[in-house]
Write a protein that binds this ligand. Structure first.
Ligand SMILES: C[S@@+](CC[C@H](N)C(=O)[O-])C[C@H]1O[C@@H](n2cnc3c(N)ncnc32)[C@H](O)[C@@H]1O
Length: 358
């Protein structure tokens, strides 16, 4: 499996996985041994460096969301993810929050979990029973933001959810919103690392990662953790930013593509990117079932222009100025996201699978 397990420096490693692997490659280094053990010194140094870089990246992510989440909630509400739109539709301003809810619904539907009234109307009793039995009862929300997905799914299905985020501000706000909405008995949020989740094995029948995978410096570990905490037969849903799949015979992205992604990485605290095909290969290698993926880039196209328009309002601009440099830098990078989509470099991907029953 070509997926690197040590991608902590996005600047050095935006060509995923090739450059990223070679950045930490030990192949050409002369190994020196520490007197006190047989572990090669260079391995130790690299592992310390990787830990430091991971810590730095995670601090950057936590600070970024600590600073920007209040502003985002003010303007956009509960959900820190793209909206899902009909292709070629011209959405009105009020459609955007609806589109963000629709994103959750579409992801559930894609994974075969959604039960809606329309579908039920045309279905027989046993199909409806079967669909209902698939409704999530326990969920983990990996990279939960201020908890919008958890509260929505808890309210819709009665599911219990535990959310994790790197941002103390988000965890606290997510819990406060849950209390305000009378959902504290169902959902709770804490600060924890998705790469070392504070949960036992096989706990959740829905493992949900909505736009957090792009922040993970080690995609293999990330996916392994999602699989570990999933219950046998449980569903895993990953909605995430990817770079385009490489063409047959192509070994890496083009230099201009790497430059553009590096700029976006800088602004949003992202490590190296991978493609949808990389995720699919990884899931297959772990013997997961019903692996499915789709490109929803066309369906999210109206989103970033709308975010830019909202930032250019008086309220947007004044709040932006109050939110600090990290948020301002993020705002300035928004046109780069649009450029990445338009040039077919950035893909908005949904990837789902099921953990085998036993
Ligand atoms: C764009 S926000 C998405 C929030 C939420 N899923 C939503 O749809 O509203 C990305 C989230 O990923 C979280 N995140 C990034 N890296 C993480 C990590 N290693 N462990 C836990 N959460 C992480 C951030 O703290 C943030 O909450």
């Amino acid at each position: 499996m070509a997926l690197a397990t040590d991608l902590y420096t996005h600047k050095a490693a935006n060509l995923f996985p090739k450059n990223a692997v070679s950045y930490y490659s030990l192949g050409s280094s002369r190994l020196r041994y520490c007197k006190c053990s047989r572990t090669p010194l260079v391995v130790k140094v690299n592992s310390i460096k990787m830990k430091e870089e991971k810590a730095l990246l995670q601090k950057g992510i936590a600070d970024f969301y600590n600073q920007s989440s209040g502003l985002w909630e003010d303007i956009w509400g509960d959900h820190m993810h793209h909206g899902f739109y009909d292709t070629n539709a011209l959405p009105s301003v009020s459609d955007h929050r609806v589109a963000q809810i629709r994103m959750i619904e579409e992801a559930l539907r894609f994974a075969g979990l959604s039960v809606d009234a329309e579908a039920e109307a045309g279905e027989g009793e046993s199909t409806i029973r079967k669909r209902k039995s698939k409704r999530p009862k326990s969920m983990v929300d990996v990279g939960c933001g201020i908890g919008g997905s958890s509260r929505y799914i808890a309210a819709k299905y009665g599911a219990k959810s535990q959310g994790i985020t790197l941002s103390p501000f988000q965890a606290q706000r997510a819990n406060a919103l849950a209390a305000a909405q009378g959902l504290s008995d169902k959902v709770s949020f804490q600060v924890a690392d998705a790469l070392e989740q504070p949960f036992g094995d096989g706990q959740f029948d829905l493992v949900w990662s909505m736009e957090s995978g792009e922040h993970m410096p080690d995609k293999t570990k990330f996916v392994n953790e999602l699989v570990r905490v999933a219950a046998p037969g449980g569903t895993i849903i990953i909605v995430t930013w990817c770079h385009r799949d490489l063409e047959p015979g192509e070994e890496s992205l083009q230099p201009w593509e790497k430059t553009l992604l590096n700029k976006i990485c800088d602004a949003y605290y992202l490590p190296a990117w991978c493609s949808t095909a990389d995720y699919v290969r990884l899931l297959h290698s772990l013997s997961l079932q019903d692996v499915k993926a789709a490109d929803w880039s066309q369906n999210v196209a109206p989103f970033w222009p709308a975010v830019i328009r909202s930032a250019l309002t008086w309220k947007g601009l004044t709040s932006l100025l109050r939110s600090g440099m990290k948020t301002i830098k993020g705002a300035l990078a928004m046109p780069l996201m649009i450029q990445g989509y338009k040039k077919n470099l950035i893909k908005f991907a949904v990837i789902t699978c099921r953990k085998p029953d036993q």
